[in-house]
Design a protein around this ligand. Structure first.
Ligand code: B12
Length: 542
């Protein structure tokens, strides 16, 4: 059977200007590949189905083109995959546009947001036939067998006689080795990493892709919905299977891989075997991963560095123990210090810290403590995001109880905590403290870690024009934000403060307003790209 799979993204500036096409002719896109649909595509193809993928990061396949392809190729099922609350509005619009032109084709939604809000999504989007919850591999195969009556397909939410029905959950699949490697070659796109402004990944200019070696995380930080999505479980592929995928990627010419695992550092034995396998097999791909600071696998950091792990990212969140406890991180400041120091001592080149600001009960002193703590830690890169609340997280439940959100009316929205919670500092204060904190941090890094800072800047310069790097450094000293640089604009895959704010607002506007904004932003995007190409041409003439 013929299936279409679409990775829905917010319409951002993912594609690089046409002049920067890869040697193989592929469009180059800055950002993460759509590994969700790539995973499903290979499963479908192995079972003998035909599958065509679309990634909305590709400027050559806007909604109209996809709809035209559906008309021409007549797939039996179109699966729309999206990760988060922020992309739901676009998925909704695309589903409605497809339905308006085609009454027959079956439409399915999948991904984290759809899974956690399946019944509500189905009620709000009757155009969509199936909302698929959790892992999609086996589900998709079964759904194709029962498109007209999916009553026996577990983890599907659908409508029977006008009533929304939620089939029982399927058992969590533990054998992840049974699935083929993701189908990374069918989309004619070459991915390169997002700019080193938010998610630095492995900071390499090599051909880039992502890999998933495990799913889930058993901890329950108040802001995260992954434990709910994975029913509190953590499961993994065997080390052998992971090493095989690395060998396959090396053969295909990939040079940089980022793990989208929620917590890679959970099982020491597995990590040790993966690292040994990579060395034994002569895999030289550089990779990056995320994990908790209380990991018991820290003695393996040197082995990871030797196996070409270049980037290690920790969810540090705060430099105040009070805040760590408030966020239910179940970690101590001492553990943070130990993990970051161990990683640097082991020779991991880029150690990144994720921090949040604007949390409930956070004071100016807590914020100061966070920036000063980040400055003292031997971190290479860091990000300080405003805390946001999503449905499905413990924090959302708390806000429902405290009457700060209305579960019935707000379920498809997300909020910056500071916008709705009176126990957060006001937005303006957070902004000021953040800028002041960044200034102190930069100065501290330059004085205390000059070599590390110099190396990092040198690497940034390989990606970005000098003026953008300079701007990045002096930005906190400039006072009011002056707007995005060209490099920032082109790298919207990384979400910056102002864009995050816009994204949060986008979940809250009516569909008509959203459609209007989309039309406007499309025109604006075209204009910026033409300008970028124009100035590049001018530079080459000179
Ligand atoms: C990598 C990642 C990113 C990457 C983007 C990756 C990409 N391709 O675009 C980056 C760093 C850019 C990013 C950005 C953001 N992210 Co993010 N991200 C992730 C992460 C860590 C992994 C996603 C992934 O690749 N999973 C691996 C693939 C294989 O799984 P999958 O896509 O879920 O697909 C499987 C199933 O869902 C299902 N499935 C998926 N689609 C379909 C379709 C059909 C038809 C069917 C049947 C099944 C199906 O089958 C697949 C195989 O089993 C997740 C956490 C997580 N574990 O999911 C957070 C996560 C999705 N992100 C999250 C958030 C909040 C964001 C941001 C909004 C952050 C911000 N404020 O800037 C942005 C917005 C991104 C966007 N435009 O949607 C939240 C979403 C929460 C929510 N309820 O909305 C998550 C869950 C993190 C968290 N702990 O809270 N993210």
């Amino acid at each position: 059977m013929m299936v279409f799979l679409i990775h829905v993204r917010d319409p951002q500036f993912y594609a690089l200007p046409a002049k920067t096409r890869a040697k193989n002719g592929n469009i180059r896109v800055m950002g993460f590949p759509p590994i969700g649909i790539m995973s499903l595509s290979s499963v479908l193809k192995r079972a003998g189905h035909e599958c065509v993928m679309f990634d909305q990061a590709n400027p050559e396949t806007p909604n109209e083109v996809i709809i035209e392809e559906i008309r021409k190729k007549q797939p039996v099922l179109v699966g729309l995959s999206f990760l988060s609350t922020t992309s739901y509005p676009y998925a909704k619009i695309l589903a409605r546009e497809i339905r308006a032109t085609n009454g027959k084709v079956k439409l399915a939604f999948g991904g984290v947001f759809a899974s956690l809000n399946a019944t509500l999504v189905k009620q709000q989007c009757p155009e969509v036939d199936f909302v698929c919850r959790g892992d999609g591999e086996q589900l998709m195969l079964e759904l194709l067998e029962h498109l007209d009556d999916p009553s026996c397909v577990e983890s599907v939410t659908w409508a029977k006689d006008g009533q929304v029905v939620s089939n029982p959950n399927r058992k969590t699949e533990r054998n992840l080795d049974q699935w083929p490697f993701p189908d990374r070659e069918s989309l004619k796109l070459d991915f390169i990493e997002s700019m080193p402004l938010d998610v630095p990944c492995v900071l390499s200019l090599e051909r880039f892709t992502t890999m998933q070696t495990s799913r889930g995380c058993p901890w329950s930080c108040v802001f995260c919905d992954i434990p709910v999505f994975n029913e509190g479980k953590w499961r993994s592929r065997t080390p052998q299977h992971v090493v095989e995928e690395f060998k396959h990627l090396q053969e295909l010419g990939y040079g940089a891989v980022y793990f989208v695992d929620d917590h890679f550092l959970l099982q020491p034995k597995r990590i040790e075997t993966i690292c040994k396998g990579l060395n034994d097999e002569g895999v030289t791909i550089q990779w990056g991963c995320e994990g908790r600071v209380d990991s018991v696998a820290q003695h393996l950091f040197p082995a990871m560095a030797k196996a070409h792990c270049r980037t290690l990212m920790f969810g540090i969140e705060s430099g105040s123990q009070k805040m760590l406890d408030r966020l239910n991180k179940e970690q101590t400041l001492a553990e943070v210090e130990t993990a970051v120091t161990n990683a640097k001592k082991a020779g991991i080149e880029i150690v990144h810290g994720f921090f949040v600001v604007g949390s409930p009960d956070e004071t100016v002193e807590d914020m100061k403590a966070t920036f000063d703590f980040a400055a003292r830690l031997p971190l290479d890169t860091f990000g300080f995001n405003r805390l946001c609340v999503y449905r499905g997280t413990p924090m959302w439940h708390e806000y429902v109880k405290r009457d700060l959100v209305n579960d019935g009316a707000d379920w498809y929205k997300y909020f910056k905590c500071s916008a709705i919670d009176p126990t957060c500092l006001p937005g303006e204060v957070i902004h000021e403290q953040r800028s002041a904190g960044l200034r102190r941090l930069f100065v501290y890094k330059l004085l205390h870690y000059p070599v590390q800072t110099f190396r990092l800047l040198r690497r940034f310069l390989r990606y970005m024009p000098v003026r953008d790097v300079v701007y990045l450094i002096i930005k906190p000293f400039l006072g009011k934000k002056k707007g995005a640089t060209k490099a920032e604009v082109l790298s919207r895959a990384v979400e910056h403060g102002a864009m995050k704010e816009a994204a949060a607002q986008m979940t809250q506007v009516s569909d008509e307003t959203l459609e209007h904004i989309l039309r406007e932003s499309k025109a604006e995007r075209l204009r910026i790209q033409q300008e970028a190409e124009g100035s590049r041409e001018l530079a080459s003439v000179r």
